[in-house]
Design a protein around this ligand. Structure first.
Ligand SMILES: Nc1nc2c(ncn2[C@@H]2O[C@H](COP(=O)(O)OP(=O)(O)O)[C@@H](O)[C@H]2O)c(=O)[nH]1
Ligand SMILES: [Mg+2]
Length: 473
């Protein structure tokens, strides 16, 4: 998330970086770039205007601090302003005064309400709460069934209603009664959505609000819809008084501007973000962390923890030894991919890196998890002998491997080509090149830099190996 914005902001700061002092002119230039970066990231234009104005005022009024360079000074102002918009710490969810607490999940159809209801229930249950789920979409039985399936996946109870309960209100009341009787302390109400806002839906939700007195009305917004999400957030908020926002699909190529805009335009805090389809792909929203990431500072601490926990140092060293001895086999290649997979989504790791410095090109590497699995499947279908010595892989062996791994002979050939390239590259590096700073051309002809020595053993593979190249990108 936020890739484009942080890249643009980085560029704006880079241009300022060469300056000795902050003059009105170079602030002006930098602001222009910040402005267009924010607009391109789909931040609402009014929000941008306000933000840029605030930054200008602060930057101009700023004394020239000797401890900070002009770029750092502006960076700090921008960071403070973004944090001011998003809030400094995360907002806790509320509890009702009488149990069970009720939360209403509202939003347009397809925004991720049902999915988020399940995610939130799972999250709450991990906090020691006992949720009961209920869908009040009486118009679409499939919608209610979907919630039941979601509840099953996370092993939380769902209220299905009795025969006499035909209205949203009756269903919600029924759920509340059931929660009381069965000792569930929070009822999550998944409401009906529409493709567009209409009066009937608003009346229905308004009635639910009046009767149930929910502690939270969470507006579920699809981050990918950008300014449309901001518009519907405003409408829902005006009508219902939204207490918090769940921003979904932040794992997609959302430009991220919706997050800044919704908060600024409606004043409603973002409480959670959805980062995938699985029930666990759900995070408490931490504005300060997002801002650091947005500005390309990276969440280095979380990254370091992740790398330390997941990489098998010993195995990495063994592979390195074999590389040095020119014995890098397909088996080693596979082990290495295994390590990459163990670290979870590579993209989530790449996201944590600062978008500047040695990692810059990695951000664009776009590692495809499907490609990783395919590569593993192909190598798994080989015999030990074949893995040790790729040269014996003739046509009929390749056909057998393709069949066995559910791939095509072309894909097997492609993998072998990648492997050979990787092996040859290592031959070129060994014995002195391994572990040192290496520069080489990737396929697009752009220069790409491997991990530098200062970073220690690479999580992607030992010795500054170029992962993008290994994966044939
Ligand atoms: N990638 C991704 N997909 C999501 C996320 N949240 C929901 N979805 C998907 O969005 C689609 C619509 O979600 P759903 O919960 O049915 O939306 P509803 O109509 O508002 O209830 C489904 O295919 C979900 O799997 C998310 O955070 N990331
Ligand atoms: Mg739904």
């Amino acid at each position: 998330m936020f890739d484009n914005l942080s890249e643009k902001l980085q560029r704006a700061f880079k241009n300022l970086r060469g300056q000795g002092t902050l003059s009105e002119q170079n602030i002006q230039d930098g602001l222009g770039e910040i402005r267009s970066a924010l607009l391109e990231a789909d931040v609402n234009f009014r929000v941008v205007k306000q933000l840029v104005e605030n930054i200008r005022e602060k930057a101009l009024g700023q004394e020239v601090l000797t401890a900070l360079s002009p770029a750092e000074q502006v960076l700090k102002i921008v960071k403070d302003e973004l944090v001011a918009i998003l809030g400094t710490s995360h907002e806790k969810v509320r509890r009702g005064s009488v149990p069970p607490t009720v939360y209403l999940m509202v939003g347009l159809q397809g925004s991720g309400k049902t999915t988020s209801t399940g995610k939130l229930a799972l999250w709450l249950s991990k906090q020691g709460r006992k949720p009961l789920l209920v869908s009040v979409d009486v118009h679409r039985p499939a919608a209610r069934e979907q919630l039941a399936v979601v509840a099953g996946q996370i092993a939380q109870p769902v209220y299905r209603g009795t025969e006499g309960e035909t209205t949203p209100l009756q269903l919600a009341r029924g759920a509340r009664r059931e929660a009381k009787q069965t000792g569930r302390d929070i009822v999550l109400v998944d409401t009906a959505g529409r493709l567009h806002l209409d009066a009937a839906l608003m009346d229905e939700l308004g009635e639910l609000k009046t009767t149930l007195e929910p502690a939270e009305i969470l507006f579920v917004a699809d981050a990918m819809t950008g300014q449309d999400a901001v518009k519907s957030a405003t409408e829902f908020h005006d009508r219902l008084g939204v207490t918090g926002v769940v921003l979904t699909k932040m794992d997609g190529d959302a430009r991220g501007g919706a997050a800044l805009s919704i908060r600024q335009v409606t004043g409603c805090p973002i409480k959670f973000v959805g980062v995938g389809e699985k029930p666990t792909a759900f995070e408490v929203f931490h504005p300060d962390r997002i801002v650091s990431r947005l500005l390309g500072m990276g969440d280095m601490l979380s990254l370091i923890e992740k790398v330390e926990a997941d990489v098998d140092e010993k195995q990495a060293r063994e592979i390195q030894q074999r590389m040095l001895a020119n014995q890098f086999s397909l088996e080693d290649f596979r082990k290495q991919l295994g390590q990459v997979k163990k670290m979870g989504s590579l993209q989530s790791i790449v996201d944590m890196l600062p978008s500047a410095g040695p990692f810059k090109d990695l951000q664009q590497a776009e590692i495809d998890p499907k490609g990783l699995s395919r590569t593993e499947a192909i190598i798994n279908s080989m015999t030990a002998q074949e893995r040790a010595n790729a040269d014996i892989l003739n046509g009929s062996r390749r056909r057998r491997i393709a069949n066995g791994s559910g791939t095509t002979v072309q894909q097997v050939n492609q993998l072998l080509k990648q492997y050979r390239q990787a092996r040859d590259m290592m031959r070129g590096l060994a014995p002195t090149g391994v572990g040192s700073r290496t520069r080489k051309k990737n396929r697009k002809g752009k220069r790409r830099r491997g991990r530098s020595r200062e970073m220690g053993p690479s999580p992607m593979g030992p010795g500054g190996m170029d992962l993008g190249r290994l994966l044939g990108r």
